[in-house]
Design a protein around this ligand. Structure first.
Ligand SMILES: Cc1cc2nc3c(=O)[nH]c(=O)nc-3n(C[C@H](O)[C@H](O)[C@H](O)COP(=O)(O)OP(=O)(O)OC[C@H]3O[C@@H](n4cnc5c(N)ncnc54)[C@H](O)[C@@H]3O)c2cc1C
Length: 346
């Protein structure tokens, strides 16, 4: 029986565990996740009857395999496609029609975090939430791996490990790894080189409906403080009638500058910018808010493949959007499927 340890329970690990369950059903998969729930950056929060996706907004795909996985293989109950379009705006705040590059904008009535939970449900993977991996240990003599968590507990031995945190977090795990090998050094160098964008996300709730001809607005010249505004009410099942929720993502520069500022000040500034952009003063006074700072939100480039392949030959498999070279859910899913299949091939 092959023993596999996984760091992180985002969609990439979900896809890897799913692929393993299909191709190597006897494999024993142990997943250690730092947070309390699965899904990673495909994150959903619930408040009363309101559901909102405050990380990834939706799943799209230009890959028939991912489309088939989501629309036919996994449970499709509650899968919804957002049909309202995405429009654009520029640095001056001029809104224009167009740019709906994505054929589908899928989420679930219950939220986008369902994607990861539906993948894991199809597997026998053992899930350990609130378990942060601090050290990866290579056991050369046994040709195995051990994972050590923040409480000092040791997990394993494993024949292979899956490592899925965003590149900067994976880089620091690898730097502190107990693995004395040039393969590790080359891998650290490659992973450290992957730049990530920071996104400060505000969520604003209003006790009234907001009529607009679009689901979301994206800033195409990247010179506005706001990068993206989405209306959760366009997602079936997310917002009760008579209410509105806006998910507002600030651009990278704004987000980095404000990352350590008081959230209340940031929320004040973002709601004012939102009211200004959408030309509606009421939007400056939401009746409740939420926020999240995604320090490592989206990779701006991929990773050199050579060191990733060499590490996989040694049994350490990096996976995720930054390995696929695109900061999107379908890319993370594809990377996870490929990592699972690679382990199954032996
Ligand atoms: C604000 C925002 C908006 C986005 N919008 C979209 C969108 O609309 N459409 C789209 O396709 N994509 C979007 N993305 C990108 C998408 O969310 C990611 O590409 C995808 O979720 C990456 O999945 P992953 O499994 O590779 O990584 P992650 O989801 O980051 O999973 C990694 C997991 O590892 C865990 N972890 C980290 N360190 C440790 C540790 N030491 N020990 C244990 N566990 C650990 C984390 O908690 C996390 O659960 C967006 C991302 C953000 C942040």
């Amino acid at each position: 029986m092959v023993r596999i340890g996984a760091v992180g329970a985002g969609v990439a690990t979900g896809a890897a565990a799913f692929a393993l369950s299909e191709t190597l059903p006897d494999a024993n998969v142990t997943v250690l996740e730092a947070s309390a729930s699965v899904g990673g950056r495909a994150a959903t929060e619930r408040r009363g009857d309101v559901v909102y996706d405050y990380g990834a907004n939706y799943l799209t795909s230009d890959d028939p395999r991912i489309e088939d996985l989501v629309t036919a293989t996994l449970e499709t109950d509650g899968l919804v496609d957002v049909t309202d379009p995405v429009w654009t705006f520029d640095a001056e705040g001029t809104v224009s029609e167009g740019r709906d590059a994505d054929d589908h904008k899928w989420t679930f009535r219950g939220g986008l975090d369902r994607l990861a939970s539906r993948l894991f449900t199809r597997t026998d993977a053992e899930m350990y939430p609130e378990t942060r991996v601090e050290t990866i240990v290579r056991n050369d003599r046994q040709d195995t791996w051990t994972l050590e968590d923040a409480d000092g507990d040791r997990w394993g031995p494993f024949d292979a490990v899956l490592v899925s945190p965003p590149a900067p977090e994976t880089a620091s795990l690898l730097e502190s790894a107990d693995w004395d090998d040039r393969v590790r050094d080359h891998l650290v160098e490659a992973v450290t080189d992957v730049p990530f964008r920071t996104i400060w996300t505000g969520v604003f709730h209003y006790p009234f409906e907001l009529e607009r001809p679009y689901y979301a607005l994206v800033n195409t010249d990247k010179n506005h403080e706001i990068g993206w505004i989405a209306r959760e009410a366009c997602k079936p099942g997310h917002v009760p009638a008579g209410e509105s929720v806006l998910v507002v993502q600030a651009n990278h520069e704004w987000s980095v500058e404000r990352a350590d500022d008081s959230p209340d000040d940031c929320l004040d500034e973002l709601t004012a910018l939102t009211a200004d952009l959408l030309e509606d003063d009421r939007l400056g006074n939401p009746d409740w808010t939420d926020h999240h700072v995604w320090h490592h939100a989206i990779p701006e480039a991929g990773v050199a493949t050579g060191p990733i392949e060499t590490a996989a030959d040694a049994g350490l498999h990096c996976l995720g959007d930054w390995v696929a070279g695109e900061g999107r859910l379908h890319a993370a899913l594809r990377s996870g499927l490929e990592a699972g299949e690679r382990i199954a091939l032996g």
